[in-house]
Design a protein around this ligand. Structure first.
Ligand SMILES: [Zn+2]
Length: 961
């Protein structure tokens, strides 16, 4: 028998201290370690073993494990420097970038999606934040054993490209491609594991073919229509402007001219049809991080408490219908007038109307006057014979919120009657027989004139843009057939080369109108001469379905194959700016609901979880007197005031959105050069919750720098202590109280922190809390005595836990630390499934809690915490909701409080590694302050808060000393 084999054979009485530690670790795992029990195990082993084989044993373990060819062995340095960090990053880059892209058949799938960027050509700090978060999550899910899809692409159509093209006499596609190449290059420096094989840009014909296809599907389903609508017109630049391009004074951002409202026939998606379904869909998401966005979506969509019907206007030179919302469709037979607000479509069309002054008496008998005009048109009731007059008026009638039309029913409303009398309308008393609301709505839906439940605020989605750089609308206009959709097999309708742009002759039309050869085509229906639609689509249309294309980017016959969609949908976590919480999500949800109804995708709600992130702010310095912005180098601190170096004048210091004019922008590439990628990522994740604003202040973030250094020193310490043990300099005394105490401490540290870290990665996405916990673990690991570091299997496990849990956030640095960790001799957890000794850190399984570690199950009655019981992780992870409730009901305290009352309802929410809460509602039961769990009572909470502040102050003192 070889010496190693013999040394491991306990029965034969020859083993090593390593084996003792191993048995202790086994004992620890099989039951919660008590001091007396450990002493017993250790002494019984010691009596049978001797330690002279220690050196021989460790020599048989693989000493050096190098995951990169030619990577030199760890050579501990006195401290961690920037050069070292950059060196680690260079060495690990390829591996870190490419890791995790292979998919495995037998794994569960996760889809981690960050909102794709507009290719402006320059990465900004907001990008760094969003991708640091998404990559951290992607890597976390991989370590949890998932196949992770983490793709990247480009939201590439839009105005900036077109404006730049006009300025530089360049094709927008050239400008865009150049920017994409530049940004891809920059993005690749962030250490993100993006699947570049799935990359696409929305301006590629292979993508916009499917955008056009979705447009046609909607067109065929009657969800797309065309009608005159007002647009903003810049009379100087002779161009149509988006609402966002008009400043608060109504002036154009380009020319500064007062924008005019003009009428243009445009394309709309009947998005209001989806209001009710979208509201219902929100119910299924009402948890976790959707909370804020649900509120935004709800207020955007509004309560679907009315119906819109389109009314035809008669007496105009061209056809016009206006949508009129009402919460009382049952009164439609009694409508006697319609009112519209000044500035609305009908008002603009009828510019030559006569404004008159009218009078009415208030209830108090006071006489008031108002102005109104009556255009020479009538509105035709869509369901009854009646044709009613239209008034342009504001201020006297209660228009529904967000609506510029009003349905007047004098027979049912006092206000309407007063108005009708004031303007001289003779009101009727006999009306046509009313029609049941359901019948009205069905008829309206059939005619395509509305009839869907909707709020008065919500409007249909205007998708026409009079712009070149967008997806061409696949419609052909024929003088005899009207608007004819381009047949599917003729898709995509390619964008022609950018037409030469003669500003002086620009009409109110897209520049595409000037591409005569492209415009003139033949009608798909009759073959006669026809003209292509020259409007392009809103870029929100392009981005409303991009997440589907990543699943199957080269599919030439479908948007996405159902099979691929089934694998990854809905998106597990969607990460992006809160500013997209309204429109983008609303449109993406509409398209998803629509495609689901057609059976093209497996679910209606596209995103399971949402992580909205706040802005990254830069510190700005503004001279109080002049308002001039200064750079950081131009100011200095004198006493407790910041002043200008040159003038000595007082300066206001603020955190503001980064911008060139405020000299407070930071170039991500500069940040990476100054701190390294991993530190930049950690700085983004530490100290602020994802949804709050992130003040970019590396100088003030000593915590992250110190912590990285501490981790580096910790691994160096680990190697050196293990080497000392190997050389015989350190002797194990496994029964000493300090060793046993150390073992217990480390057992509890590791489990407690792992529980917090995992919970915050998975459930709350509060990476800052996870980082705090890792920092504490690092500190505690450094404080333990050498014999614990050398001979405790729990210590080794805790080291592995620390490095593994750091890996998703700082993949290069953790890879290097892991290499150092593997280099230490005398491995103890050789049989544990928690450490895969032959694998690099990114391929480690996510660490698990020890089975005997106890998690709290907290019981709440009527929102008050009454007791907490501890349950071992082993038991806890197999509990279902019913069993948790059962445990809660069995608690003495709960039984006493309930006093045989039966709770109205019970609910258990469990956070796998962090415990659970069981809430009970018992009507009429009063829980007094004494009955609440002392640690959770108001007093207890105040006490805990006081302690936290004390600790924080103490810590800050240390950091700044
Ligand atoms: Zn035709």
């Amino acid at each position: 028998m070889s010496q190693t084999a013999a040394s491991l054979n306990v029965e034969r009485g020859c083993c090593s201290s390593r084996c003792i530690a191993f048995f202790v670790s086994k004992a620890q795992k099989s039951e919660k370690l008590s001091i007396s029990r450990t002493r017993m195990i250790v002494s019984s082993l010691k009596s049978r073993l001797h330690f002279r084989y220690w050196n021989n044993t460790v020599c048989h373990l693989p000493r050096l494990y190098c995951q990169i060819p030619n990577r030199p062995a760890w050579d501990p340095q006195p401290c961690l420097t920037l050069d070292m960090k950059l060196d680690f990053e260079k060495a690990w880059k390829q591996y870190v970038d490419d890791f995790g892209l292979t998919q495995h058949e037998n794994k569960q799938n996760a889809y981690i999606l960050s909102m794709f960027p507009y290719p402006s050509g320059k990465l900004h700090m907001g990008h760094v934040r969003v991708y640091a978060i998404s990559d951290t999550l992607a890597r976390f899910y991989r370590m949890q054993g998932f196949n992770v899809l983490h793709p990247m692409g480009w939201d590439a159509f839009g105005l900036p490209a077109e404006n730049a093209a006009i300025q530089n006499h360049q094709d927008p596609s050239t400008w865009t491609e150049e920017n994409i190449n530049e940004m891809r290059h920059q993005l690749k420096q962030l250490g993100c594991s993006f699947d570049w094989d799935r990359e696409f840009a929305t301006c590629h014909p292979s993508y916009y073919k499917w955008t056009q296809y979705i447009f046609l599907l909607m067109y065929k389903a009657g969800l797309i229509y065309r009608k005159p609508s007002l647009v903003n017109w810049d009379p100087v630049d002779k161009t149509v402007l988006a609402d966002e391009q008009i400043d608060e004074n109504g002036n154009s951002w380009r020319s500064g001219a007062k924008a005019e409202k003009i009428l243009l026939t445009q394309w709309f998606v009947r998005s209001t049809k989806f209001a009710e379904n979208l509201l219902k869909g929100l119910e299924t998401l009402q948890k976790e991080d959707w909370d804020d966005v649900i509120k935004l979506q709800k207020s955007w969509i509004g309560e679907a408490n009315g119906v819109v019907f389109d009314w035809n206007i008669e007496g105009l030179s061209s056809e016009l219908s206006i949508p009129i919302w009402t919460s009382k469709p049952e009164l439609l037979n009694k409508v006697e007038f319609i009112a519209v607000k000044p500035g609305s479509v009908l008002d603009v069309v009828q510019a030559d109307k006569l404004v008159e002054e009218f009078q009415y008496a208030t209830i108090d008998g006071e006489i008031r006057t108002f102005k109104a005009s009556c255009p020479k048109v009538v509105a035709k009731n869509p369901f009854f014979k009646e044709k009613v007059p239209v008034f342009v008026v504001d201020g006297v009638l209660p228009f529904p919120p967000g609506s510029d039309t009003y349905m007047g029913v004098p027979s049912e409303s006092e206000i309407d009657l007063t108005f009708a009398k004031s303007v001289g309308l003779s009101c009727k008393t006999n009306f046509e027989q009313s029609i049941p609301v359901e019948t009205l709505c069905t008829e309206a839906k059939q005619k395509g004139i509305g009839g869907y439940p909707v709020s008065s605020n919500l409007k249909d989605w205007l998708i026409s843009r009079q712009r070149y750089w967008g997806t061409p609308i696949p419609i052909v206009h024929c003088s005899s057939c009207g608007a004819v959709p381009v047949p599917e097999e003729k898709l995509p309708v390619h964008l022609p080369p950018f037409p030469s742009y003669d500003r002086s002759c620009t009409k109110i039309a897209s520049p595409l109108a000037q591409a005569k050869e492209w415009v003139n085509t033949e009608c798909p229906k009759c073959g006669g001469p026809a003209a292509r639609e020259t409007d392009t689509m809103d870029t929100f249309f392009d981005s409303s379905w991009y997440y589907l294309r990543y699943l199957d980017p080269s599919n030439e016959t479908e948007i996405v194959s159902f099979e691929e969609a089934k694998k990854f949908l809905p998106v597990s976590v969607y990460i992006g700016g809160k500013e997209h919480g309204t429109l983008h999500l609303y449109f993406a949800r509409i398209v998803s609901h629509f495609l689901y109804q057609l059976g093209k995708i497996p679910c209606s709600e596209p995103f399971k979880r949402l992580l909205v992130q706040g802005m990254v702010m830069g510190q700005s310095f503004q001279e109080k007197e002049t308002g001039r912005y200064l750079t950081r180098d131009e100011v200095e601190v004198k006493g407790n005031q910041t002043v200008s170096r040159s003038t000595g004048k007082s300066v206001t210091v603020r955190w503001e959105k980064m911008s060139k004019s405020k000299h407070n922008g930071v170039d991500p590439i500069d940040a990476i050069k100054s701190f390294g990628v991993d530190t930049t990522r950690l700085l983004m994740l530490a100290d602020a919750a994802p949804f709050s604003q992130r003040n970019w202040n590396p100088e003030g973030s000593k915590g992250v720098f110190n912590w990285q250094n501490n981790m580096y020193m910790l691994v160096s310490l680990f190697i050196s202590v293990r080497n000392r043990a190997m050389s015989g300099e350190l002797k194990p005394d496994l029964s000493s109280p300090s060793f046993i105490k150390g073992m217990q401490e480390i057992y509890s540290f590791r489990n407690r922190h792992l529980s917090i870290i995992t919970h915050n990665y998975r459930n709350t996405h509060q990476f800052m809390v996870a980082i705090k916990s890792m920092q504490q673990l690092t500190k505690q690991l450094r404080l333990l005595p050498p014999e614990v570091i050398a001979f405790s299997s729990q210590y080794e496990l805790a080291m592995a836990t620390l490095i593994s849990t750091l890996a998703p956030m700082a993949p290069h640095f953790a890879s290097e630390l892991w290499q150092g960790f593997l280099q230490a001799p005398g491995r103890l957890n050789t049989e544990s499934s928690d450490i895969k000794w032959e694998k690099p850190v990114l391929e480690q399984p996510w660490p698990t809690l020890d089975s005997k570690f106890e998690l709290p199950l907290t019981v709440l009655i009527n929102h008050k915490e009454v007791c907490t019981t501890l349950i071992s992780y082993e038991v806890f992870k197999s509990l279902n909701e019913g069993e948790m409730i059962e445990i809660a009901l069995k608690q003495e305290k709960v039984k006493k409080l309930l006093n045989n009352k039966i709770p109205l309802h019970c609910k258990a929410s469990s956070f796998a590694e962090r415990g659970a809460r069981v809430s009970m509602a018992v009507p009429g039961l009063k829980i007094s302050e004494e009955d609440t769990n002392p640690s959770f009572s108001k007093k207890g909470r105040q006490e805990a808060a006081r302690k936290r502040t004390e600790k924080k102050n103490k810590k800050e003192k240390i950091e700044y000393n």
